[in-house]
Design a protein around this ligand. Structure first.
Ligand SMILES: Nc1ncnc2c1ncn2[C@@H]1O[C@H](COP(=O)(O)OP(=O)(O)OP(=O)(O)O)[C@@H](O)[C@H]1O
Length: 223
């Protein structure tokens, strides 16, 4: 269980929140604090007050993968293979093991043909897949995806969902404006002005959002 307690940080004001195992989608209006919440969960920022614990441990002591909306900002190396291998090389793993692990991962994600390509020449969607591979290569316990679906076509967005599901990562926390995909999560958090307005299983949360722009069309149409 991920537990937040007494959080005050910029816009965020969350007295208590528990996030269970599985995939959690964080939704809400622009500026409601979604990215800030994800940054606290990933340990990128420490809260001004309050605590975040992942199975009792602070985020910075937990293996965490992070993919953001603009993967270019996180990409450090020239070629796809070097970018994906970087976190294993930083841990001084033997070259042969790094190569085998990276090749296997790229293959399982269907992006082996990109391996030697310069990252800067890739399309936006391809860059997201490379950033995702770099986040997955060290088998994170927590995977945080900050609107990484915003530049993906429907095929790629489903591909990313499938790749993540296959890994059976204990906690996947994503923020998204795609409420149709949030329905497929195990848990949904709806933020408003930095506070948790609603949270729970998708059916419960979206029932509270009926009549708002956050109510999924598929539910409106009874699909
Ligand atoms: N480092 C910071 N210091 C102070 N305020 C910040 C900081 N980062 C973000 N904010 C503010 O906190 C609020 C929430 O920002 P955040 O990026 O978390 O919103 P969001 O829900 O992800 O928005 P969007 O849907 O537009 O991406 C915004 O008003 C933003 O200006």
């Amino acid at each position: 269980m991920i537990e937040l307690s007494g959080i005050r940080h910029t816009i965020l004001d969350i007295s208590a929140l528990r996030i269970p195992f599985g995939t959690t989608s964080v939704i809400g209006p622009n500026g409601s604090g979604k990215t800030m919440l994800l940054k606290l969960l990933a340990g990128i920022f420490l809260p001004h007050s309050g605590t975040v614990r992942i199975d009792g441990v602070p985020p910075r002591k937990t293996e965490t993968g992070w993919v953001n909306e603009f993967p270019d900002r996180n990409i450090l190396f020239g070629t796809v293979i070097d970018e994906v291998a970087s976190s294993l090389r930083f841990r001084h793993l033997p070259d042969r093991d790094v190569k085998i692990t990276v090749e296997k991962l790229l293959d399982s994600m269907g992006i082996s043909p990109l391996r030697g390509r310069p990252v800067c020449d890739l399309s936006g969607g391809e860059k997201v897949l490379v950033a995702l591979a770099a986040a997955l290569v060290h088998t994170p316990r927590v995977l945080v995806l900050d609107e990484c679906d915003s530049h993906l076509d429907n095929y790629r967005a489903r591909q990313v969902e499938r790749i993540v599901q296959e890994r059976a990562i204990p906690y996947v926390i994503r923020c998204t404006q795609q409420v149709e995909s949030a329905i497929r999560s195990d848990h949904v958090i709806y933020l408003e002005n930095g506070r948790v307005a609603y949270e729970g299983v998708p059916g419960e949360v979206f029932a509270r959002l009926h009549g708002t722009p956050f109510y999924p069309l598929t539910m409106e149409c009874g699909i």
